[in-house]
Ligand binder design. Structure first.
Ligand SMILES: [Mg+2]
Length: 242
């Protein structure tokens, strides 16, 4: 069956999440005069990322909503450097601190250089969409800001609104449905091996794992490895000939 649609992950696939997170955090800490509380800038980023991974997992599991995980990350991060006042940090203050981070982070929002060229080259031959573990409003705003939103029409599926997160098959299948195609005719491209690569394969899609760092991890059967989005059009064309 020929692939007729391509679904993309957003963060660290089309969008350079890691850089904007780092620049945003360091900018915010510098503005607040807090960077010196950490042994090094890298150390601050490491703590922020570790807390983010843990709290975002709770959001994906449905334990926290999208804004709650932002406040919880803020509280834990400030507690790490002893900056939570006696009696705790109010919801309002936690949200305001996170919003300040968000201003710095959003100023650094950018697409990877290979993102728009690949979307441009695929748009004539494939239906394009997004399946992301996030909230729809947040991802729409982000894709709009980096100029990629028009490529996807209404085919955007996010875990918060869908009610289940990748690697659950249902969210991949909702993406296929948004494209109006069966999973066997849809490719999925994402940067997380287990969540994206194995998740898409197990949902019955053609799975392409984007290994930007070149980790050299050998992919399992049914998962193809690409090192850059530049490699995607040729990989899709090759599969069409098999
Ligand atoms: Mg990702």
């Amino acid at each position: 069956m020929r692939v007729r649609g391509v679904l993309f992950d957003v963060d660290d696939t089309l969008f350079d999440y890691s850089t904007s997170e780092e620049v945003g955090l360091l900018g915010h800490l510098t503005a607040l005069g807090m960077l010196g509380l950490f042994p090094s800038p890298d150390g601050a980023v490491e703590v922020w990322r570790r807390i983010m991974e843990e709290e975002y997992a709770r959001f994906l599991a449905g334990e926290l909503d999208f804004t709650e995980q932002q406040r919880t990350r803020t509280r834990r991060f400030l507690a790490h450097v002893g900056r939570v006042p006696d009696g705790g940090l109010s919801d309002e203050d936690a949200a305001a601190w996170f919003a300040g981070y968000g201003v710095h982070r959003d100023a650094a929002w950018s697409a990877f250089p290979d993102a728009e060229p690949v979307l441009k080259s695929l748009t004539a031959d494939y239906r394009l969409g997004v399946v992301s573990n996030s909230s729809l409003e947040h991802q729409r705003r982000k894709l709009d800001r980096i100029g990629l939103l028009p490529y996807f029409g209404d085919a955007l599926v996010c875990s918060e609104e869908h009610g289940a997160a990748k690697p659950s098959p249902s969210v991949f299948l909702a993406g296929c449905e948004a494209l109006g195609l069966p999973p066997g005719q849809v490719a999925y491209v994402g940067d997380k091996y287990e969540v994206d690569g194995l998740g898409a394969r197990d949902a019955g899609l053609r799975s392409y794992w984007l290994d930007r760092a070149g980790t050299g991890t050998a992919a399992a059967d049914g998962v193809q490895v690409i090192r850059s989005l530049d490699d995607l059009p040729a990989a899709l064309a090759r599969q069409a000939q098999v």
